[in-house]
Design a protein around this ligand. Sequence first.
Ligand SMILES: N[C@@H](CCC(=O)N[C@@H](CS)C(=O)NCC(=O)O)C(=O)O
Length: 213
Amino acid sequence: MANQTKPIIHGYFRSSCSWRVRIDFALKGIEFDQVPVNLIKDGGQQFTEQYKGLNPIQQVPAVQIDGITLSQSLAVIQYIEETRRGHRLLPTDPKKCAQVHMISDFIASGIQPVQNLYVLQKLRAEKVQWAHNFIQRGFEALEPILKETAGKYCVRDEISMADICLVPQVYNAERSGCCSVPNKRLNQTVLKVDAFKESHPSCQLDTPAEICT
Ligand SMILES: N[C@@H](CCC(=O)N[C@@H](CS)C(=O)NCC(=O)O)C(=O)O
């Protein structure tokens, strides 16, 4: 069972995967500490030997919690779901739960990895087009799925892990200048929830002062 020490998120303010975990902790009312890992500075602090010891794939987030270190944001969300009380992000109803996993995996396995910084840095001039292509393809496919599943939020009227995946991915898309966003209304509704606002990249410990709001 959970112990009393605060979890530590090693993350980056702009990282969509770090934001997923920040939203999760905020929704569950879990206090946490943050250690910034700047993905750009010094060629990327994720590539230090010290950070590699925390997460061998050298990506953020890495979360130290209850005596273990977890990477993979969805694994962290699942662990929190099983060890902490609070708003459920994985519904008990099997159909709704499968839909939440479907949308989350769609984004976390099908869109985010192919537009990740490490992949984009391997490309040259075509990197913006590459990112747009995969984000757009994924979002277009997500649109009919959300038509079927969404109510106020991604799956009916309860916030779930699917919303935690969608909002940071839309943020990535908008930052990269991609204009086709699935179900804009839904994204705007979710963004009004306190946990999404307080964990937003624009107001984190490591957000540069000039873009802090
Ligand atoms: N599947 C992982 C993906 C982690 C990931 O791709 N993190 C990105 C930031 S959102 C990263 O660290 N990129 C740095 C790099 O690729 O060098 C998760 O869900 O946590």
